[in-house]
Design a protein around this ligand. Structure first.
Ligand code: TMP
Ligand code: ASP
Length: 238
């Protein structure tokens, strides 16, 4: 399936229409952004690595019975997906304390969170993606109570599958962000799963192997993403 006109350009991906009104093409760019778009750089190979990484993860989730929008990998930077009506709320699951949780609650980075924490954030860069609760989501009509239950359930199922996958490859899945959307009456996992939207630490050294390398200016950003990809068996060297 070929991409036609541009539908929407996000911070790291551009989405295109196709001849099928139910399908879109996600094009992964090298652009890397943080702090709600305040810091942006082009990182060589990142589009390719994230596209292949996302395809690998989405196929694993699909095989585990989680409904996803992923259809097929088209080439190095493009993926065919189902067109969803996106819910404007981000779902975050946390297994270890990091990032905004530490800033908000004053807990030490690295504290294990049992049971995992589940949070909603409003997808709005101008407002810096504020955390919202179920009452906000229902009152403002971003999602129904039933959809919130389903998003939480699917987010925690993803945690079971991916925490195991990364643990077996010597890494801790610290936290991650998921986005869901509606497709002919069903809720599907949309957007992407890549080191741009999660935190991954080496299990022994706790070295950061994700976008915190970019946020914190640690360098070796794409090299770390490639290291994670190799450890879990994503083909990126072909
Ligand atoms: P946070 O610690 O900044 O709240 O982020 C938690 C996790 O969710 C982290 O892995 C980054 C990811 N995330 C995004 O990728 N985009 C977002 O807009 C938000 C709010 C979180
Ligand atoms: N993904 C968001 C952004 O690009 C948040 C972040 O990663 O800091 O601004």
């Amino acid at each position: 399936m070929k991409k036609t006109t541009e539908l929407y350009a996000g911070k790291a991906k551009t989405v295109y229409h196709t001849d099928d009104p139910d399908k879109l093409v996600m094009h992964f760019r090298n652009d890397t952004s943080a702090f709600d778009g305040e810091k942006v750089e082009q990182l060589d190979r990142k589009g390719m690595v994230n596209n292949r990484f996302n395809a690998f993860i989405m196929q694993r989730l699909q095989a585990a019975g989680i409904p996803v929008h992923f259809e097929s990998l088209l080439d190095d930077t493009d993926t065919l997906v189902k067109r969803l009506d996106m819910i404007p709320v981000e779902c975050v699951v946390r297994n270890f304390a990091a990032g905004s949780l530490c800033r908000r609650l004053g807990v030490e980075e690295g504290m294990e969170l049992n049971p995992p924490v589940f949070e909603f954030f409003l997808k709005n860069d101008a407002l810096h993606d504020p955390m919202v609760n179920e009452s906000h989501v229902e009152t403002f009509g971003w999602a129904s109570p039933q959809e919130m239950v389903r998003m939480r359930e699917l987010s925690l199922q993803v945690n079971e599958v991916l925490s195991k996958l990364f643990r077996e490859a010597g890494m801790l899945l610290v936290d991650y962000k998921l986005e869901f959307g509606r497709y002919h009456g069903e809720l599907l996992l949309g957007d992407e799963f890549s080191p741009d939207g999660c935190r991954l630490w080496d299990a022994k050294s706790r070295e950061k192997l994700d976008k915190d390398r970019f946020r914190q200016g640690l360098g070796g950003v794409v090299e770390a993403y490639e290291e994670v990809a190799r450890r879990i068996g994503v083909g990126i060297d072909a």
